[in-house]
Design a protein around this ligand. Structure first.
Ligand SMILES: *Cc1c(COP(=O)(O)O)cnc(C)c1O
Length: 409
């Protein structure tokens, strides 16, 4: 019998939730919906209920769930060759590099698997660039980061989180990071020292509550970094690849970061693929043996990512995110709910910030679930709405009706 066959139990959802709670570490607190299949913007639970996915696995399934073209690449490549390790060349990685560089406009890429590994890779590149190119004394490199950041969960990355829960109990922490307020140019200028190698920033803070910085901030920060010989590193793991209605969120301000980190939608949700993109000046610092990953750059991931990139472009998903994101945000504002403090975001990365009197966002996510919409609260007061970029206008109208009902109480 296949591992996919449903077990003969009366309450399937309760069964699977119980298994997760009994045998899994409790490092998440999911909504009590158990999903079993998906198609495009829709996900289905084990009882056959259908939901509109407004989280998109934190923007990993921008192309829509189980996209048929990415699926057929996955199956075809899985039957040919899945993993070689980087001890040998393979016939998918080179074309993936070439296509990713053409898409992004950078000279070089370095592939990893998860977003956090991409961030770690960018940190290592920036430090080595600082020591070998900028002349920073050994072990003195500083990287400036922003309050409210989310860059992943490794020991080094949580070391510079401003969220105490992310780091309490996990010390000793990695030194070399300087925290400044997000969106504050003066703070950035004041924080730069001769030992600063990089400024690591999210163009929009997704996990932080869909926080958009003041207009012009990214462009001015990038210019400041250029003047002071500091690498401007954009973490576009959540905001990149069409989510905000542009190729990258930095494109909204015409900013070309020195280093850009991608993940999530780079594989359309099929397989973990992340990458750091930059020019020879930066990624050229890596010598054989400096850095690596057994699965990073594997032919299965590379093939999947190649098709995921094509789908974004061939199906006009970036333009769709711009058009329908504006439509969704206007629709949310037109609801004029007294429970909503602010609707903000870019493209299809939308945050609905509730008023203090409205109560916790999680309660609204439960209510949305009852009406067939899956969304995730972030920072207790914000409902994040980030459906797959394949969503249509009529599906957004469908969602707005239900959101209106929930926000009306
Ligand atoms: C999700 C995310 C990460 C971490 O990616 P993982 O694949 O979970 O390691 C890093 N940065 C940002 C902005 C993210 O949204």
């Amino acid at each position: 019998m296949s591992v996919l066959t449903a077990p003969p139990v009366a309450n399937l959802a309760a069964h699977f939730i119980d298994l997760e709670n009994t045998f899994g570490a409790h490092n998440y607190h999911p909504l009590d919906v158990v999903l079993t299949r998906a198609d495009g913007v829709w996900v289905y639970d084990v009882d056959g209920e259908r939901y509109l996915d407004c989280l998109s696995a934190y923007s990993a399934v921008n192309q829509g769930h189980c996209h048929p073209r990415i699926l057929s690449t996955l199956v075809e490549q899985a039957q040919r060759l899945t993993l070689t390790s980087r001890a040998f060349y393979n016939d998918q990685l080179g074309p993936f590099y070439q296509e990713l560089c053409a898409f992004s406009g950078y000279e070089m890429a370095l592939p990893m698997n998860t977003g956090a590994e991409g961030v770690e890779t960018a940190i290592k590149a920036a430090r080595k660039w600082g020591y070998t190119r900028k002349g920073v004394p050994a072990d003195q490199a500083e990287i400036i980061v922003c309050a409210g950041n989310f860059h992943g969960r490794t020991t080094t990355i949580i070391s510079f989180s401003s969220e105490s829960q992310y780091k309490d109990g996990f010390g000793p922490l990695t030194p070399g990071f300087v925290l400044i307020p997000y969106g504050d140019l003066d703070a950035l200028a004041a924080a730069i020292t001769p030992n600063t190698v990089a400024f690591l920033v999210e163009p929009i803070q997704g996990e932080g509550g869909v926080i958009t910085p003041p207009p012009g901030y990214l462009a001015a920060a990038a210019a400041l970094c250029r003047d002071r010989q500091v690498l401007f590193i954009a973490d576009e793991i959540q905001t990149g690849l069409g989510r905000t209605g542009k190729r990258f969120a930095c494109d909204h301000e015409g900013v070309r970061p020195d280093v850009i980190i991608l993940g999530k939608a780079l594989s359309g949700g099929f397989y973990p693929v992340s990458a750091v993109l930059s020019d020879r000046e930066v990624l050229g610092v890596f010598q054989p043996g400096d850095h690596g990953s057994t699965f990073g750059g594997n032919p299965l991931g590379a093939a999947v990512a190649r098709t995921a990139l094509r789908v974004l472009q061939d199906e006009g998903l970036i333009e769709n995110a711009a058009r329908l994101g504006a439509y969704l945000m206007q629709g949310l504002r037109d609801l004029a709910s007294p429970r909503v403090h602010e609707v903000r975001g870019k493209g299809l990365l939308v945050g609905v910030e509730l008023t203090p009197a409205a109560g916790p966002a999680r309660a609204y996510c439960h209510a949305l679930r009852q009406r067939g919409i899956l969304a995730k609260d972030t920072h207790h007061t914000v409902i994040r709405l980030a459906p797959p970029l394949v969503i249509t206008r009529s599906q957004i109208d469908w969602a707005l009706t239900r959101i209106a009902a929930v926000l009306a109480g």
